[in-house]
Design a protein around this ligand. Structure first.
Ligand code: PEP
Length: 256
């Protein structure tokens, strides 16, 4: 069964473990009630281990993801968390190259590339974020495509080439998140997002690649995106932090 992927990016929320538990439990109830959705929850790293232990048995369609990973497994890298540490506590996915990591923490495509390789080597599935800033989009769709093509070419450089360590990796998830749409309430039009998703799929040339749209997705608009064949799901920030809203979003993503 091909499931619609609904990924929750909690960012630096909530502040307490108690609130994280509450939000996670409600999200898991919603996931169990919608087995045709693949629900990925990406909380702050500090909550991952406890939430992994709380994953309900019936939630076969739910997984945990990290919001970032370092490219070295271990060593003198203060503040870092490596792929095997994540894998060992039950994490399956990792967001790499989110625009906030790029903007606030100075991550480049070269860093994204190292992290993607490390994720595969450590047995994690990367969710690689790409997206153009508003000044590029203002120049038109062709400019936006060039921007995305460059992010993909650099971020995934040699990742799938023959003989590379990761060439056996089965799939990849790319999240198309135009920067002007993130957290702004100004979501991209579904038709434009689908056209960019198709462009991303054809650029990657991996039959098993999945493309998510992210940027102000909520329960009211999610269906407009995921019903389009080019879009495999959504990466959701703000709306994933409100339990009722996210449950409605999961439900409506599957509505006929
Ligand atoms: C995100 O941060 O990945 C995101 C899409 O945020 P929001 O849904 O709040 O726009």
């Amino acid at each position: 069964m091909t499931r619609t992927i609904i990924a929750a990016n909690w960012k630096e929320h909530p502040v307490t473990m108690k609130d994280a538990r509450r939000l996670f439990d409600a999200t898991m109830r919603a996931a169990v009630a919608s087995p045709q959705a693949e629900v990925l929850v990406c909380p702050p790293a500090i909550f991952l281990e406890e939430l992994a232990a709380r994953m309900p048995r019936g939630a076969r369609n739910a997984s945990l993801g990290a919001q970032d990973v370092f490219w070295e497994e271990e060593g003198a890298f203060t503040g870092s968390v490596g792929p095997r540490m994540l894998k060992a506590i039950g994490v399956r996915y990792v967001i790499i190259g989110h625009s906030e990591r790029r903007r606030v923490f100075g991550e480049t495509d070269a860093i994204v590339n190292k992290k993607v390789r490390a994720a595969y080597a450590g047995g994690l599935m990367p969710i690689v974020c790409v997206g153009e800033p508003p000044e590029v989009r203002r120049k038109g769709v062709a400019a936006a495509r060039r921007h995305i093509a460059q992010q993909l070419a650099r971020g995934l450089k040699d990742v799938f080439s023959r003989g590379s360590h990761e060439s056996g990796a089965r799939g990849i998830i790319v999240a198309y998140e135009p920067l002007w749409a993130i957290g702004s309430g100004k979501n991209d039009s579904p038709v434009d997002a689908a056209a960019m998703a198709a462009f991303i799929t054809s650029s990657i040339k991996r039959p098993s690649a999945k493309v998510l749209y992210g940027g102000s997705v909520d329960s009211a608009n999610v269906r407009e995106y995921v019903q389009l064949k080019e879009i495999d799901g959504a990466l959701v920030g703000g709306a994933s932090l409100v339990a009722k809203e996210f449950a409605a979003l999961i439900r409506r993503s599957l509505a006929k």
